[in-house]
Each structure stands twice: as structure tokens, then as C-alpha cells.
Design a binder for this molecule. Structure first.
Ligand code: F0G
Length: 454
């Protein structure tokens, strides 16, 4: 069969309601055109994030009932730990309430003033935790990874030459080497198995531990299977195990590729470091057999990990994005290509070229998608990154709009609807106005700042 269908049927539904354009305009005015401020009932298709927004399966809901809420030694923890170790062969698995909590623990050990941590591209919370510790985060993705039009199959790869030079130059300052799979901040682009192995080898040759931010590990493994020479005949589980077996640790947001609504973990091989991490965990998250989660969450994650490596699911998952990217591309809308794993990224600076970067073309597009069709997306550009530490403002490297797809939540007709909304926006796009910011907090302004239409 040619059609790649949703490999599930629907047992429980959650109604969504189409508001009128006037209602949406009122909501926009009330929230100062900041989509983070919208009540989610006023959103029809919510593509703000793929984090914690996926649908759990019937077996996950059954696992929730099985959850054991004992403070210490819960069997839910041991089922969770076994499910993680089945895919990622680390010696110590430390549960946290979400990914950034794992990062905070990791950098309480490895961070600190005078240190530098390289990665392909650190996600915002990873960078935030590195910088909060006094250290510096550096992004060393390959050049193709920053070119929205490059069709390189692994645009998330680390630039090995730059990493080698970096490790020589900063030998004393680097406590570990990281890589993010897939590269979320770089468009959800994958990292090849060859690159993961080469980065591990380089890190180890320089005596540095290698840690993977594994949030979207299954999507990354699907890209390895479908694009990397010699990997096509292998199972997703085998590819995942290969990726993590060369690492010394990982951080994870289980709100992505573990089908969780909440959860995360830090995994490590070294006994001493794991002991230090558990001490921190007890102080900030909870006892090591629950770590900030309920027993029922741990059981839901154990089941989610068994489901996420299913090839029918991954084929459908990756196809949804590719389908929308193909349709938008055919309409002449500049999109990041090839399609990433969890989201479609539109190059708003190129599409709305009449809006200057400091008048936020990404925000203008995100607001237009909501006003036109009730779709919530996310600006990833000058609003998010434009404010500099010295208080000045400059255009971000790119002005993108991200449409991130919750897992197993929307169907093909929702995808077609998204394309139709773009068609309608395209008709009036040259008349869209830019914005100016009228109030903003000191840090992470995109969450709460307010805008005025120009
Ligand atoms: N690392 C990556 C690559 C991420 O994408 C995220 C979260 C985190 C770490 C932090 O995990 O949210 O569980 O604390 N990304 C979400 C997003 C928020 O929308 O991309 P968390």
C-alpha cells in the first residue's frame, strides 16, 4: 500500500473547537500578541511543542493503574530502569521530573566558572543550566546544519575538525563533550551513527566523557536506518543501543521519545559520579527510586519506551512532517529541508522579506497562523534570541517558525488543514505587519513579553 496511515485507532477523544476570527483577535489583543499567553482552549491545532503533549496508549494507561507509589523500592522504578537499560546500556539510571532537571544535576557536577561544554547545538535549557553554573556552552554543528536549504542527510552532525581543534585549544577547560539527538534547535535534524561514534572516539582520545542529550533518540534512529549506508537492515533497538553504547552518560526528557506527559532521567556509567548525582537528586527532586515522578509515571514511561521504537509508528511520525514540508515547498514557502523529525520549520525571514528582522517576521507569521486558522506555533528567532547580555538587540541567526507535532495526537486531515491555513496566509502575506515589543522581562523574554502591531 502507498498510503502511510496512522498506525493506531482512537479509543478516547478530546474535543477541539474552532473559534471565530473575532474571538481569536480578542485573545491576541488580550495577551499582547504573545501565543504563550493564550488559553489552550482557544487553540484549535496546538503545535507549540511536541513535549509532554503526546497521546498515551491504552497499554500506557493500563500501566498507570499498575503504578506502585511506595516511597522507596517501588517495582515501578525497577520496570522503568529495565526499560531504559534495554535500550541504553548505562549502569546507573536516575529518574528526574523532566529533562532540564537532569541537566541541572549534570552541570552541578561538570559545570562551573572557567569551563566550556561543546555540543552540536545545546538546547535552550541545556545552555541555561550550563550558563547558570558559570560555564560556557559552544555549538559546533557542521556548516550545512545552519543552511536552511542544504539537503545534507545528517544536518545535526558535529563538525569533527572544529571539535578536534576546540579540544586542543581548550583542553583544560572542557569537562565533557555533548551531542543532542536530534538537533532540536537546528531544525530537528538527525546525527549519523558514524558521527556519534567519531565524536565519542575524539572525546575519549582527549580523556573527556561523552554525554548524549537523547530526547528524540528514536526519531534519530529512524533517520539512521533510512539514510545511513549499511544501517537499513537493522532494527531500531539495535541502532539505539549502538548510539548509546559509546557514551558515558545521557540526559533525557521523557516528554519526547518516551511518550510521557512528564518525566526524564540522567544516566551515567561512573559509580562515583552517579553517587554525586543521587545526592543532588535527593536534595532537589526526590529519593532515587522515584526522583520527582509518581510510580504511575514511571510505569507509563516503561511502556512508552517499548512502543516508541515501533517502526510503523516511526514511519508515520516522520512522514507527517515530510508531507507538510513537501506541500509547503510546492507552494513556494521557504521551509527548512530536509524535513526534521518532530517539527516543520518555516523560514519566516525569507518568506516575509518585507518585515525587517527587528520587527520580528517569525512573530508576524506565528500570529497570522493563529489569527487565520487557530494554529499555535512558536517563533524561534529574534524574539527568542535577539536580546544580548549587554542589553542591546540584534537579529538572530535565523527567523524561523516551528510547528512541532505532538506524538500520535493529530491526524492526516489536521495536517491538510495546516496546509490550507498556510494557503490562506499566503494570499495576504505581503500585507502582514511587523511588531514591536512593548514590555519584556530580563530573561527568556519570548515567554511573557507583549507586542504591538506596527
Ligand atoms: N533537550 C532538548 C533537545 C529538548 O528539546 C528539551 C525540551 C530539553 C532538553 C529539556 O527537556 O522540557 O523535559 O525539561 N524541549 C521542549 C521543546 C521544551 O519544546 O522543544 P524538558
Amino acid at each position: 500500500m502507498k498510503t502511510i496511515i496512522e498506525p493506531f485507532r482512537i479509543k478516547s477523544v478530546e474535543p477541539i473547537r474552532l473559534t471565530t476570527r473575532e474571538e481569536r483577535q480578542q485573545h491576541l489583543a488580550a495577551t499582547g500578541y504573545n501565543l504563550f499567553g493564550l488559553p489552550s482552549e482557544a487553540v484549535l491545532i496546538d503545535l507549540l511543542t511536541d513535549s509532554g503533549t503526546g497521546a498515551m496508549s491504552s497499554l500506557q494507561w493500563a500501566a498507570v493503574m499498575r503504578g506502585d507509589e511506595s516511597y522507596a523500592g517501588s517495582p515501578s522504578f525497577y520496570r522503568f530502569e529495565a526499560a531504559v537499560k534495554n535500550l541504553m546500556p548505562f549502569k546507573h539510571v536516575i529518574p528526574t521530573h523532566q529533562g532540564r532537571a537532569a541537566e541541572a544535576i549534570l552541570f552541578s557536577i561538570f559545570g562551573g566558572a572557567g569551563r566550556r561544554i561543546p555540543s552540536n547545538t545545546h538546547f535552550d535549557t541545556t545552555r541555561g543550566n550550563i550558563e547558570a553554573s558559570g560555564a560556557i556552552g559552544d555549538d559546533l554543528v557542521i556548516a550545512e546544519g545552519k543552511d536552511p536549504r542544504s539537503e545534507h542527510p545528517f544536518k545535526g552532525d558535529m563538525d569533527l575538525e572544529r571539535l578536534e581543534a576546540y579540544l586542543q585549544q581548550h583542553a583544560a577547560e572542557v569537562p565533557l563533550v555533548m551531542i543532542t539527538i536530534t538537533n532540536n534547535a537546528g531544525g530537528g535534524q538527525p546525527v549519523s551513527l558514524a558521527n556519534i561514534r567519531a565524536v565519542a572516539e575524539l572525546a575519549h582520545r582527549h580523556g573527556k566523557p561523552f554525554v548524549i542529550d537523547g530526547c528524540r533518540f528514536a526519531e534519530n534512529a529512524w533517520f539512521i536506518k533510512s539514510r545511513e549506508p549499511g544501517q537499513g537492515g537493522r532494527s531500531i533497538e539495535d541502532i539505539v543501543r549502538d548510539c548509546f553504547s559509546v557514551a558515558d552518560g545521557m540526559t533525557m526528557s521523557a516528554k519526547k521519545d518516551a511518550f510521557g506527559n512528564i518525566g526524564g532521567w540522567l544516566a551515567l556509567n561512573d559509580d562515583g559520579l552517579a553517587e554525586q548525582a543521587r545526592q543532588h537528586l535527593i536534595r532537589t527532586e526526590g529519593f532515587p527510586t522515584y526522583g520527582g515522578l509518581a510510580g504511575r509515571d514511571l510505569d507509563a514511561l516503561a511502556q512508552g519506551l517499548a512502543e516508541i521504537v515501533d517502526e510503523d509508528y516511526l514511519r508515520y511520525r516522520i512522514r507527517t512532517n515530510a508531507y507538510i514540508v513537501e506541500r509547503l515547498d510546492a507552494m513556494g514557502i521557504p521551509v527548512v529541508k530536509p524535513a526534521g523529525g518532530h517539527a516543520v520549520f518555516v523560514d519566516a525571514r525569507a518568506w516575509l522579506s518585507h518585515i525587517a528582522p527587528l520587527q520580528y517576521p517569525g512573530q508576524a507569521l506565528a500570529v497570522a497562523l493563529y489569527e487565520t486558522g487557530g494554529i499555535r506555533s512558536c517563533e524561534i528567532g529574534t524574539v527568542m534570541f535577539g536580546r544580548q547580555p549587554d542589553g542591546s538587540e540584534k537579529p538572530a541567526a535565523m527567523d524561523l517558525v516551528r510547528l512541532a507535532f505532538p506524538r500520535r495526537t493529530y491526524t492526516q486531515s489536521h495536517a491538510d488543514y495546516v496546509v490550507e491555513v498556510f494557503e490562506e496566509v499566503a494570499v495576504a502575506k505581503d500585507r502582514l505587519a511587523g511588531y514591536r515589543i512593548v514590555s519584556e522581562p530580563k530573561l527568556m523574554r519570548h515567554f511573557t513579553c507583549r507586542f504591538e502591531k506596527l
